[in-house]
Design a protein around this ligand. Structure first.
Ligand code: NAD
Ligand code: MG
Length: 302
């Protein structure tokens, strides 16, 4: 925090320049990509997110929480008083260790569970391990996602379509199903969807259609488990600066302009998503069910 960012001034920050308008250089990382190698660095709230005890004593499993939005959510949950189980791919160990260290610095517990969510058995195994480590489970954030840009449907492989659907939506069914067998009344599920659910980019056919499915799944499941006292909601990010975008998530030429066409004129930072997940997980939002909270820099949504 600089001298200009005194707490009083934080209250009146202008959203246009609260975070810098970035022009990322063209860059390429093999999938799944690492926050550790992202240029410029993304802000996951390590220095800025301040909790107010809104998730005190909660036990959360967050998928894709080594980096990007999931990492920002994991850090925020811990600062709000939750213990967190982190799910990520084995290649992302470096990022996951960083998030674990930040969580432990604020006195909360972090448990690491690397593994591939396209493996059916791993989804159930992950939930079982998280329940055991945390001593129960009352918050689930389904956030892991795969996004590979392909310009022409003729070049979209069957393998990619299957992997995108398995990672983004089928695993969400499997993890939610397993988690719900453990969750008491008062628990919450928050799913990560996208602006792509309503405004599909022509080069993201498979990805965008999984995000529309996630919105629909969220509204259906919310009705099914409401009577048990379990709330299901979703967050729909706009363009957020994360490793997903540089590991073939966008055409390379599009990276320098990433996020500039939003009404705010800049890409979002992962930490700007965290308050939405905290709100939907905390009991403050007790009358909010089946909702999709859009956090997208001002792009109109249905
Ligand atoms: P990210 O790369 O930091 O996070 C995605 C994570 O998904 C990875 O870290 C990885 O751990 C996990 N993952 C992918 N495949 C997996 C697999 N087979 N098994 C286990 N884990 C797997 O990028 P992010 O942008 O923070 O993405 C988080 C979520 O946000 C995704 O669902 C993405 O679709 C969504 N989203 C992102 C944006 C954006 O602009 N960045 C916009 C809208 C929605
Ligand atoms: Mg990652």
């Amino acid at each position: 925090m600089t001298d200009e960012n005194t707490p009083d001034q934080l209250i009146f920050q202008n959203p246009v320049d609260r975070f810098p308008s970035i022009t990322p250089p063209k860059q390429d990382q093999p999938e799944p990509g690492l926050d550790a190698e992202l240029k410029p660095k993304a802000d996951r709230g390590e220095q800025s997110y301040r909790g107010t005890g809104r998730l005190e004593g909660r036990r959360a499993l967050i998928t894709g929480s080594d980096s990007g939005i999931g990492a920002a959510v994991a850090i925020a949950f811990a600062r709000e008083g939750a213990d967190v189980a982190l799910s990520y791919l084995p290649e992302e160990e470096e990022d996951a260790q960083h998030v674990k260290a930040v969580i432990e610095e604020c006195g909360r517990r972090a448990f690491l569970f690397p593994g591939d969510l396209t493996d059916r058995d791993f989804c159930a195994e992950l939930v079982g391990k998280a329940v055991q480590a945390l001593g129960g489970l009352d918050a689930l954030v389904n956030n892991a996602g795969k996004q590979i840009a392909v310009e022409d449907i003729a070049d979209l492989s069957d393998e990619q379509v299957t992997e995108t659907f398995t990672t983004n939506i089928v695993a969400m069914f499997r993890i939610s199903q397993a988690a719900l067998t453990h969750m008491p009344a008062g628990s919450t599920i928050v799913n990560t969807t996208s602006i792509q659910a309503y405004e599909p980019s022509p080069h993201l056919l498979d990805y965008a259609s999984t995000k529309a499915a996630i919105n629909n799944f969220t509204k259906g499941l919310a009705q099914q488990v409401a009577g048990r006292g379990i709330r299901v909601n979703a967050v729909a990010p706009g363009p957020i600066w994360t490793p997903l975008q540089v590991s073939d998530g966008q055409p390379k030429d599009a990276l320098p302009e990433f996020g500039k066409s939003t009404p705010l004129g800049r890409a979002g930072q992962p930490t700007e998503l965290a308050p939405a997940y905290v709100f939907l997980t905390s009991p403050e939002s007790s009358y909010v069910l089946g909702e999709t909270l859009n956090v997208n820099g001002g792009m109109p949504t249905p």
